[in-house]
Design a protein around this ligand. Structure first.
Ligand code: FAD
Length: 374
């Protein structure tokens, strides 16, 4: 169930036509359609388990079965046009339009049955599965849960994967919005005055660091570097280096005012100086204490208040515990003939095509097993 990224890949790879896809949306691939600014960032040039929050061994094993190179070959075989575009994130492959990806899948699944506008409400098991939907009860020998996470309810997201997992005694690890912007605490309200400004920065969060653009917004901060940080942020402090790859000292030459000395947007410098209560004056006139205050530009520590929530989050972190999933088949180790793939699992990728890659890789592993069983 689920005609999103992983469900479509699974259905495309299944040899048997004795399968059906069930989705609550009126069309398949709703998230694919809006992904990557409608150009679908489908994978990345370099994909390793380190690009994911989740069990390293499990992720490595799944990616090994169907790597980014395997995906690229698969897409080429289907004549899908895509290119490397590194404007925002390193190594990202984008399609001409995300509709091309959906059309590719529609072609591949044309002999499979698809139930659209069909909301799964519950699943029961009594020798076989009874999938209860808003329209009918569908019976099946095997069921694959490919219904994703909680992000973007407007695109069909629901908690059904986690409800079913819990019902069948699976552990579901805490769920949280990820690849999402941060709201800020009172001390950082000055960020809000910079709405619309974008800057290249380095962020350190937990034991990870990311370089990229931060975008100051009405509600707080967003942009690629912040979305990636949200994946690893654990509610504590993080820090921003506003002068990445440069030393603080290298800016202290000359006699210009502080606000003109750092090659940073003037509006940013004015707000920053106000926040640290330092007057704008010639950099050569600063005493030791003032320089120390200013050096925070290299390591601005703060704790976000929260995030923009599931309506804005590209993904959901947390999910079905992978220890209870057979990595070679994606089958539940608790409930026979029940499989979990894609974002429903407790594996979440960074920004850059990693989430589609995992959705497709896990679908491949599952398809391989289901094809073997036929
Ligand atoms: C705005 C946005 C942009 C994104 N851009 C990218 C990108 O460029 N690159 C990238 O790698 N990742 C991107 N992602 C993340 C990526 O879309 C997901 O990680 C990926 O689609 C997960 O695949 P999935 O098959 O697990 O779930 P989904 O693709 O979400 O599919 C799940 C399907 O299950 C259906 N469903 C849910 N509940 C029910 C129910 N109760 N009954 C029936 N059907 C149900 C949903 O309608 C949906 O069609 C983006 C996400 C968003 C929100």
């Amino acid at each position: 169930m689920g005609a999103g990224a992983s469900g479509l890949m699974l259905a495309s790879l299944l040899k048997s036509n004795n399968v059906c896809l069930i989705d609550s949306n009126a069309k398949v691939g709703a998230k694919i359609k809006v992904s990557g600014g409608a150009k679908c960032n489908i994978t990345n040039k370099k994909v390793t388990a380190n690009n994911y929050l989740g069990d390293n061994v499990f992720v490595s094993s799944v990616l090994k079965e169907f790597s980014n190179d395997d995906l690229i070959n698969f897409l080429k075989k289907q004549n899908l046009d895509f290119k490397l575009n590194e404007k925002i994130v390193k190594g990202t492959f984008f399609c001409n339009t995300s509709q091309d990806v959906i059309d590719m899948f529609l072609k591949l699944i044309k002999s499979k049955r698809v139930f659209l506008n069909t909301q799964v409400c519950n699943i029961e098991f009594d020798n076989f599965y009874k999938i209860k939907t808003n329209n009918q009860i569908i019976e099946a020998k095997k069921v694959v849960i490919a219904s994703g996470g909680l992000s973007y309810q407007s695109l069909g997201a629901s908690s059904i994967a986690f409800d079913i997992a819990k019902k069948f005694k699976h552990k579901v690890n805490p769920l949280n919005p990820a690849l999402v912007g941060f709201t800020v605490q009172k001390e950082q309200f000055w960020f809000k005055n910079l709405s619309g400004i974008s800057m290249f920065v380095k962020v350190n969060v937990e034991n990870k660091s990311f370089e990229g653009n931060i975008l100051f917004a009405h509600k707080g901060i967003t942009g690629p570097v912040i979305l990636n940080s949200s994946l690893y942020w654990k509610k504590g402090k993080m820090s921003i280096d506003f002068l990445p790859n440069k030393t603080f000292k290298s800016f202290l030459k000359g006699n210009k005012n502080i606000s003109s000395s750092f090659n940073l947007p003037k509006r940013f410098m004015q707000e920053f100086l106000a926040s640290i209560e330092l007057d704008d004056k010639p950099i050569s006139k600063l005493n030791k204490e003032e320089l120390k205050k200013l050096e925070i530009l290299k390591n601005y520590e703060f704790a976000p208040a929260g995030n923009f929530g599931y309506t804005k989050a590209e993904v959901t972190k947390g999910g079905v515990e992978v220890d209870e999933i057979d990595v070679k088949t994606m089958e539940s180790k608790i409930q026979k003939n029940m499989y979990f793939i894609g974002e429903a699992l407790d594996v979440t990728g960074e920004l850059g095509g990693f989430n589609f890659q995992f959705a497709f890789s896990s679908a491949y592993v599952c398809a391989k097993e289901l094809n073997r069983c036929v």
